[in-house]
Write a protein of this length. Structure first.
Length: 249
């Protein structure tokens, strides 16, 4: 019998072609999950993640879908079932982060964030809940420390992640009787392509001084927390928010 934590399970990770999502996909695969590596635009990145998983002896497939578009969500879940026959774990990782002061906020800026960061996870959870087996399933929402830290210039992003935290708590209560657990991982500052492209980094490219642990986090710091919430190690946890932020919140 396999001692892998997710043996014979199928996991769907959205936004998994790079950064935190890619690391989560690889980590779940190492623990036995067959992984659907979702991507919106970077097929090359997703294919690279799949190749890495397969080379290590795992199972994975890349599936394109923009989860900010409701009409593409059903196709993504259909492809998951078509490839692997079931769904046990949903990781809502895909998201957008744009800094904008109040005077620059537009309806377009608002809807870009809420369509991807809020509506996408909500509709994915709605449909995934109908696909989980009788023994239940797990949903892990990747939120952000920004939902409580609330730095200036992040009003809309902050609002979207605060909404996602609220969804986590509410769905945990609604879906608990069906043995579906819903939890959130809230990363702090994590070194990804997006962080290096954002104005959060100062001229020296360093934010180490704002972390009590003296460093910026890595995607490898987040993936084990997602695995913990996805597997039976956290069997009595639901509606929880797990901060992985180096003490920054």
């Amino acid at each position: 019998m396999s001692n892998q934590k997710l043996a014979n399970r199928v996991a769907l990770v959205t936004g998994a072609s790079k950064g935190i999502g890619a690391c989560i996909a690889e980590h779940l695969a190492r623990e036995g999950a067959s992984v659907v590596v979702n991507y919106a635009s970077s097929q090359a990145g997703a294919d690279k993640v799949v190749a890495k998983i397969v080379a290590a002896g795992g199972k994975a497939v890349a599936v394109q879908a923009d989860v900010s578009k409701p009409e593409q969500i059903s196709a993504l879940l259909h492809a998951t079932i078509q490839h692997f026959g079931r769904l046990d774990v949903l990781v809502n990782n895909a998201g957008i982060y744009e800094v904008a002061p109040l005077k620059q906020i537009t309806p377009e800026h608002f809807h870009r964030h809420f369509n991807l960061n809020v509506l996408g996870p909500l509709l994915l959870s709605q449909q995934a809940a109908e696909l989980f087996p009788e023994e239940g399933g797990t949903i892990v929402n990747v939120s952000s420390v920004v939902s409580t830290l609330s730095p200036a210039g992040t009003t809309v992003y902050n609002a979207s992640k605060s909404a996602l935290d609220g969804i986590t708590r509410s769905l945990a209560k609604e879906l608990g009787p069906r043995k579906i657990r819903v939890n959130s991982v809230n990363p702090g500052l994590i070194e990804t392509e997006g962080l290096h492209a954002s104005p959060l980094l100062d001229a020296k490219g360093s934010l180490e001084q704002v972390s009590p642990l003296g460093r910026i986090g890595q995607p490898e710091d987040i993936a084990p927390a997602v695995l913990y919430l996805a597997c039976s190690d956290s069997a009595f946890m639901t509606g929880e928010t797990l901060y992985v932020a180096g003490g920054l919140h």
